[in-house]
Design a protein around this ligand. Sequence first.
Ligand code: FES
Ligand code: FE2
Length: 380
Amino acid sequence: MFINFWYPVSISTDLTDKPIKIRALGQNLAIFRDSKGEAHCVSDICTHRAASLSMGKIKDDCLECPYHGWKFNGQGECVAIPSMGVDAKIPARSHIDAYPVVEKYGLIFAFLGDLPEDERPPIMDIPEYGDETWAAVHLNYQWKTNFERSQEAALDPAHAEYVHTGMQFAGDKNDYIIPELNVEETEWGASTKAGLYTIGSEDWATEGEMKNVKQGAGQSNFHAGYFGPSTAFNRLNITGDSFFLINKFETPIDEFNTNVFVVILRNFLHESDYDEEIKKRSMFVAEEDRVICEKVDPAVWPETNIKEVLVPADKILAVYRQYLKNWENKGWRIDSRKVDENKGRVAYTIPSPARRTSKNWVIDSVPLLTAKEAKIHAAE
Ligand code: FES
Ligand SMILES: [Fe+2]
């Protein structure tokens, strides 16, 4: 898992007047809204005696710890310690990590890392979002998979004929060849374009006009890629001018579980009457992937490529892994083995940007793999 990227922590409308506990990158976070409606994301661990802040209340735009009532504002500063009275001199070390937050695409994103603003990777752009010719629906579900395993399912062009029953072959033929993939690389990701044979919408739609969107089986083209370690997109041109844009923003809960937020746009049948049909269809396809992905062994990628046989259709996965390696070499990958070793004995938190300017922290920053350590693990 990687620090220094934007991760969705909630659907915007799910965060109202109560704090919510979020598990992300193997750590606990608390999110809450202040009286202006602004969302905040902070470490969930109280610096007094380690209570879970998300169990507390929102008071005076602060999160009030449920144990002894210390109050923390959205910037992570402790502003009140009731047992010391109103004139208390608040100890400098009492502050907690607070993370930059942005609400976009109907989701709350937190920047889980310590990079200063001008060095942060952006959130993946969806230019169509908000345009009235595109309708959007959201999905949120959890998979018992490592996020890299679920990303590879989103990128993989060769599984569709076997996993997704909406394809022509459905595993009946063994002579289809994925053409040489042209992988286009950008600063934060890569993508590829390919064709897929898909069944007509009359075979899956239950709602009126939806049945006519794609009549009969035929070629659909897609442009699929990733952006950062845990965001993927698939722009599926189902037929003519009709597009589904499937944007999958994932937050690793830990190494073995992933919280998936999907923003799906369509430029046809905008009426909200069709939203449920779109969600149902999308969940059906996601379930087809889930049952396979949750059972892969090992649950996380092997650390050397000699433990798999990759073929040309896996080209974009190989590129994705190279990008992960590059981010690992920047020192952004969490050392999960060390976190596990100290489970219940040492509490960690994701380092926030304020750690670059202040050294005074009570909770340990989550251990990160150095490039050298990553190589040692790979050799084990
Ligand atoms: S543990 Fe939070 S105020 Fe004491
Ligand atoms: Fe799939």
